[in-house]
Design a binder for this molecule. Structure first.
Ligand code: APR
Length: 275
């Protein structure tokens, strides 16, 4: 099965074309992947991995330290710029319009910055641009002031702490991200919407994700049930690779997101498949 034959078939249908993206898409923008070696954080004399830091449990114990870690990570995101892979995904939205669905695990804001529309994008692990009351006195998302993001590793000062205090109830605010010891939901993370869209998919790209989280695993399952094509774009093996390889409508492509999405865009733009 070739990209050309997949595109030809998908162009004759009306269903959704889903781009499911993960941290690998942003490596060409200089943001380290989540499960790479760069991610640990030190509190006292102990090193913690992101999977330990990004938890409700850690936030309950060390809210200030967890915020220091996020403000540092958000600062890295703020200096990063969208890369070619992000730009190709914007081009695909322009081509596929209402058939296009972006489901991203990335909180780095690079899809928005590249130009994907808010209406067709679902940030299933949250978004660095927002924060909310940690005590849930309201469900409202507020815009996190970017001037408090860190430029390097540092410790919180009183002014920043004040900005991270809920103006309604005085509790800590928290980043608008899904933590490892929390569950997906519809209100914050569009859980059901994403699955409904996948039930009506003709093609699902799995781009730069190791396949370690639950909703993406459901997306793969639902895509197969829908008879959609599944295309993995990744330089390395992932948890999805075997499933995609064994599936009659699956295609595994080894390479970076920027390169391979560029190739897909070239096929698409060739006159044969252009609408
Ligand atoms: N192009 C495409 N893929 C790449 C590239 C690249 N240039 N560079 C690395 N990758 C791949 C890696 O091979 C790996 O499979 O990106 C993947 C990154 O995997 P993870 O770090 O596990 O990131 P992700 O799958 O997005 O993690 C999912 O888990 O940690 C939580 O909430 C966090 O959103 C994150 C989620």
């Amino acid at each position: 099965m070739s990209p050309e034959s997949i595109l030809k078939d998908v162009q004759m249908k009306q269903g959704n074309v889903i781009f499911l993206t993960g941290a690998g898409l942003s490596t060409d923008s200089g943001i380290p992947t989540f499960r790479g070696p760069e991610g640990y954080w030190t509190i006292g004399s102990k090193n913690y991995m992101p999977t330990e830091m990004a938890t409700q449990e850690m936030f309950n114990r060390y809210p200030e330290k967890v915020w220091d870690w996020y403000l540092y990570r958000f600062g890295v995101c703020a200096r990063a710029k969208p890369n070619k892979g992000h730009q190709h995904i914007v081009d695909f939205e322009q081509k596929w319009k209402d058939r296009f669905v972006l489901v991203s695990q990335n909180i780095d804001g690079l899809h928005q910055e590249a130009g994907n529309s808010f209406e067709r994008s679902f940030y299933i692990h949250g978004n660095a641009a927002f924060f909310r009351c940690a005590a849930s006195c309201t469900k409202e998302l507020r815009i996190l002031p970017t001037e408090i993001w860190y430029e390097g590793k540092q410790e919180m000062n009183a002014a920043t702490k004040h900005q991270l205090t809920c103006p309604n109830c005085g509790a800590w605010m928290r980043p608008h991200v899904l933590w490892f010891d929390e569950s997906y939901d519809e209100d914050y993370y569009s859980f059901e919407t994403v699955l409904n869209k996948t039930e009506r998919a003709d093609l699902v790209f799995l781009i730069g994700t190791s396949g370690a989280t639950t909703l993406p695993a459901y997306v793969v399952q639902y895509a197969r049930a829908a008879g959609a094509y599944l295309v993995e774009i990744n330089p390395n093996e992932t948890n999805f690779t075997d499933v995609v390889k064994e599936y009659s409508k699956g295609l595994v492509q080894r390479g970076t997101a920027s390169e391979l999405l560029g190739e897909w865009m070239n096929y698409f733009s060739s006159s044969k498949y252009n609408l």
